[in-house]
Design a protein around this ligand. Structure first.
Ligand code: NAD
Length: 471
């Protein structure tokens, strides 16, 4: 698609002027207080659920066209995930929006202190291509729940899904409060030049820096959901079969194009060969001996990523897979062994179906290797020993942790999902999604019945003594 042919859902070419006009019209709507009532928010979330259910097949078809995604993975990671998220938020929203009473010290009595959540205003949500529906619409659930107006900018690298979002969001949601802008770098830059009240970005750290720089001009707060090399630690005392099956599932889900995909495995030397054997068996059980013909195995998103991944196949000895086909952008589920520390596959996030298996001398060695790299988005540890699990958790840092499974922590609605350090800042999902798009406003309401002279000049030693006791 030609970059300049992108447009808003209204069909206009999109540059600085159009971006300014979209934001201005949303500001008008926000100021009219239309998004404030709980009834508006709940109604929008209900309509959102209806959209997911009525148009599920359309979204699944778009995901197949963009990523060769099968229906099961499309449902579990996109439409089903979003439906659950919206249901959870709707169930709790009334309680979350209630003013939260906090302690008021004696010196301020009679008085009442509360935290009130208020919407931020007009927010921008920029999404990546790998879960092109979930990663634009899950933040939107939070933005609506908190009572904001929003601009959505889906990824141009998943054009079918972006087009479906641009078509159906205005049909179901309040089109004067939620707008979709399709486009690539140029359109995103036009949006980033505007003043927003929050920017929620998911994607690479490189573009995360561009976003944060643009946001700084307007002192706009940002949430950056980035990536990184998420390690898996496999202890020697482990249920090896379960570990291999769950790691193979998490790694090759969406052909490894998952921000929390197990990037590389640090496996105790004593069980490494056995682990690789079981991984191979599971890959074959999932996708057959010819994964290319499996309807459940996804494709690489575009030629650039295909070429990058193909280059990484030479980073070690291929223990499984290793074949590829540029016509289909197919890369086989691949296990690499004997991978040197300085191999290309051990430098940047792999973001594809290649798993380097690195033998280590126990959990301590694994921890040291993890800590030698930037903080990852996810960390997985497989062990039967609580001590080993605790050591890994306590002596490392990462956005989140999942013990004896992969990817699953994302679907726990009350666990904040987000990165730390290089893997991002801020978190969302469930209540956190509501909080991230809310301002927590501290309010003290004081009565006028009592007004001791204690705090007013002229001060003296006596007043100071009492102040020290009471404050
Ligand atoms: P990307 O950064 O290339 O693109 C993401 C968005 O940024 C797109 O909407 C794109 O149009 C826009 N963009 C690209 N270049 C831009 C520029 N120069 N200026 C302004 N906007 C620009 O990211 P990607 O390749 O789509 O995603 C892959 C990365 O995202 C991986 O690192 C992955 O780990 C990470 N990721 C993180 C999460 C998470 O939840 N933390 C989820 C998915 C992906």
């Amino acid at each position: 698609m030609d970059q300049h042919s992108f447009s808003t859902e209204t069909g206009l070419d999109f540059g600085l002027e159009e971006a300014a006009s979209v934001v201005q019209s949303l500001r008008g709507r926000f100021s009219s207080r239309r998004t404030r009532p709980l009834s508006w928010r709940d109604g929008q979330l209900k309509a959102f659920q209806a959209m997911l259910s009525d148009r599920q097949d359309i979204f699944h078809e778009a995901l197949r066209a963009d990523l060769g995604r099968c229906r099961f993975e499309a449902w579990i990671a996109e439409t089903g995930f979003l439906a659950n998220e919206a249901a959870h938020v709707r169930k709790h929203l009334r309680a979350w929006t209630r003013p939260e009473r906090v302690f008021t010290p004696l010196v301020h009595q009679p008085g009442r202190s509360t935290i009130r959540r208020e919407p931020l205003g007009v927010v921008l949500i920029i999404g990546p291509w790998n879960y092109p529906l979930q990663l634009v619409l899950a933040p939107l659930v939070g933005a609506i729940a908190a009572g904001n107006c929003a601009v959505l900018k889906p990824s141009e690298l998943a054009p079918n899904t972006a087009a479906a979002i641009a078509e159906w969001i205005p049909e179901y949601l309040d089109a004067e409060c939620v707008r979709v802008v399709q486009g690539g770098v140029q359109e995103t830059e036009a949006l980033l030049a505007q003043r927003f009240d929050h920017i929620f970005y998911t994607g690479s750290g490189r573009v995360g820096r561009v976003v944060m720089e643009a946001a700084a001009k307007h002192l706009t707060p940002v949430t950056l959901e980035l990536g990184g090399k998420s390690p898996v630690v496999v202890d020697r005392d482990v249920d090896l079969e379960r570990a291999a099956r769950r790691i193979a599932w998490g790694k090759f889900f969406n052909a490894g194009q998952t921000c929390v995909s197990p990037d590389y495995a640090l496996v105790d030397r004593a069980i490494e060969a056995d682990f690789v054997e079981r991984l191979r068996a599971n890959i074959r059980a999932f996708y057959g001996s010819e994964p290319r013909s499996s309807p459940d195995y996804a494709r690489v998103v575009n030629d650039r990523h295909f070429a990058r991944l193909q280059g990484l196949l030479q980073s070690g000895r291929v223990a499984e897979g290793g074949d590829s086909d540029p016509d289909e952008r197919y890369i086989a589920p691949t296990i690499l062994r004997e991978v040197p520390d300085d191999a290309p596959v051990m430098q940047d996030e792999i973001f594809g179906p290649i798993l380097p298996v690195v033998p280590v001398d126990g959990v301590k060695d694994a921890i040291a290797r993890i800590n030698a790299r930037p903080k990852p988005l996810a960390l997985y540890v497989f062990s039967k020993r609580q001590r080993a699990i605790d050591d890994v958790i306590e002596q490392t840092s990462s956005g989140g942790v999942c013990v004896n499974d992969t990817l699953a922590h994302l679907s726990i609605p009350d666990l904040p999902f987000g990165g730390v350090g290089e893997s991002g800042m801020g978190a969302y999902h469930g209540r956190e999604s509501f909080e991230v798009f809310s301002h927590r406003r501290g309010v003290l309401e004081k009565g006028t019945r009592i007004d001791p002279a204690l705090r007013y000049p002229p001060y003296d030693e006596h007043k100071l003594k009492w102040a020290k006791r009471l404050v």
